[in-house]
Structures are given as C-alpha cells and as structure tokens.
Design a protein around this ligand. Structure first.
Ligand code: NAD
Length: 280
C-alpha cells in the first residue's frame, strides 16, 4: 500500500499576518498616530488598508518606508510628521486631512512612549514627557480632528495598555498615563454617543515591537518568567492588536462604546499555582 504523507498545514501568509476576508473600511479615511514599521501602529495601518481604508500616518519619526509599502499594495496614503504634544503640528495635521480627504472616519490614537524608573528617582521631565505624549498628546490630536469626524459611524480607538488596569513597580508614569486614557475613553464615549461617534480602546499585554525590544534589555530572567506567567496565550504580535482594532473600528462593533478591551492577559488571571510546591 502506498505510504500516505501527512499533510502539513500551509498558509500563504507569514504567521501573525492578517488574512482579511472582509472589506470593512472601503471609502473610509483612517488616521493612525505613531505608525511605524514593526510597531502596533504600522500593523494597524496595514490591516485597515488591506480592508480598503485610505490611510493618514502621523508620527514624530518619518514613516516613509511604511507609506511606500502601503502604496505598493495599492492604498491611498498621506504621510505626515509631527509631535502629538505640539498644538501647531496637530492643527497642521487636521488641515492636511481636511484638504486631502475632507473628513475622518476612524482615529487610532496609538503614539506612545514607555518609561521604567523608580518613583522616588522620577525626574519631572520624564513624568511630563510620558504624560505629555500618552495622555495630553492623545487629547490634542482627538480635539483637533474631531470636527472632521461628523460622518456616520465615526470611531476613535485608543491604544491603552494592560498597565493602565493593573499595577507594575517602576511603571508609575506609564501606568498613570494609560489608566487615564482608559478613563478618558469611558467619559468621551458617553459624551460623543449623541453625535454617533464611538470611543473604544484596547489594553494589550506585552507585544513584540521595537518599543519592547528597547525595554527588554532591562528585564531579568525572573521578570521575563513573571511576564510569561501572566500571558496564557504567549506574548502578542502587532497584528494581534491590529485585528482587534479593526473589529472595534468597524461597523461590526457598532453597539460598543466607552470600553477598553484587555488583550493577551486577563483581569483576575490566576497565576499557575499548581506549579508551586508548598509541601514540607
Ligand atoms: P513603537 O515605539 O513601535 O511605536 C510608538 C510610536 O509612537 C512610534 O512610531 C513613535 O515615533 C511614536 N511617537 C512617540 N512619541 C511621539 C510623539 N511625541 N508624537 C508623535 N509620535 C510619537 O511602540 P509600540 O509598542 O508599537 O507602541 C504603540 C502603542 O502601543 C503605544 O501607545 C504603547 O504604549 C502601546 N502598547 C505597547 C505594548 C507593547 O508591549 N509593545 C503593550 C501595550 C501597549
């Protein structure tokens, strides 16, 4: 009898890449802040573009490589550079969107910075930088582009963090900024609901991005095993977050507002206590 080879699962997409069967953002204009290749914002831009969105990029660093990649895949892209903290940059961004597209359907507030420092050693400048980018910058971008979001089904998606919901020593400024983003999402969701604008968020655990690579140099093996223990499905990839952002930003989530979705970790997660031997 001929030997039957076991079929291995094949896919045309690299692991973690989206395989969108949908076209939920056709004719929609989407702004992603802090979008850079390899990061969460870049993956969000790729995912929404792959479902038909016209993309606007805004970041403190040039995003030419990402813009070229999106254009090569057939997307309409407006790449702009600026600082979310600077009102003049943000006003210029709103003006450019108005001129280029005339409106904005989806805002993804993704730009962010991280900081690990003992609270007692925190310089004011570091505190102000983290809060300035992660919270005040998000507020400035949102306030400036909101007049362009008077279209049906407009959505704001805020990229918060697990550390906005749970504590972590050494991360007070970052946690405070992301916790505030989650609170802002709740209140703004209620405030804008009568206008038909939804405000939602994601709170990812640890995701493999350039930001994490910079940060992980400072992690000990013990810290890494603690992080793994709180991520039952393993560490995340940017495309995992992008897939959730795509859902929340789409009309599939039309009945959801004011909430932030934990991802990769679970509130109330029990540590694997069966692995701890307390016998004498
Ligand atoms: P990243 O460093 O790849 O992306 C951050 C982006 O923000 C970059 O493009 C950077 O240029 C931009 N940026 C920083 N300061 C800015 C400013 N002042 N004005 C405009 N743009 C600015 O990191 P990432 O991991 O992709 O992070 C994206 C978001 O996801 C951040 O808000 C981060 O806090 C959040 N997040 C990341 C993780 C993770 O484990 N990587 C987990 C939870 C949440």
């Amino acid at each position: 009898m001929p030997r039957v080879e076991k079929q291995t699962e094949t896919t045309t997409q690299p692991a973690g890449r989206p395989t969108p069967a949908m076209w939920r953002f056709e004719n929609k204009v989407v702004l992603v802040t802090g979008a850079s290749a390899g990061g969460i914002g870049g993956a969000v831009a790729q995912r929404l573009a792959s479902e038909g969105a016209q993309i606007v990029l805004f970041s403190s660093e040039p995003s030419d490589d990402l813009a070229d990649e999106l254009r090569a895949a057939g997307s309409d892209v407006l790449a702009t550079q600026g600082d979310v903290r600077t009102q003049g940059d943000v006003d210029r961004l709103a003006g450019a969107i108005s001129e280029h597209a005339g409106r904005l359907d989806v805002l993804v507030n993704n730009a962010g910075v991280e900081l690990g420092v003992r609270f007692e050693d925190m310089p004011d400048s570091e505190w102000e930088h983290v809060l300035g980018v992660n919270l005040t910058g998000l507020m400035r971008v949102t306030r400036s582009v909101l007049p362009l979001m008077k279209c049906k089904g407009a959505v704001i998606v805020n990229v918060a963090s697990a550390l906005g919901m749970v504590g972590c020593p050494g991360m007070t400024a970052y946690s405070a900024s992301k916790g505030a983003v989650i609170s802002l999402t709740q209140s703004l969701g209620l405030e804008l609901a009568p206008q038909g604008v939804r405000v939602v968020g994601v709170a990812p655990g640890v995701v493999r991005t350039p930001l994490l690579r910079r940060f992980s140099e400072h992690l000990t093996p013990d810290m890494l095993s603690q992080i793994r223990a709180t991520h039952p499905l393993g560490l995340g990839r940017p495309h995992d977050v992008a897939a959730a952002v795509a859902f929340l930003a789409s009309d599939d989530a039309r009945w959801i507002t004011g909430v932030t979705l934990p991802m990769g970790w679970a509130p109330g997660l029990t540590l694997p206590l069966d692995q701890i031997n307390t016998a004498q």
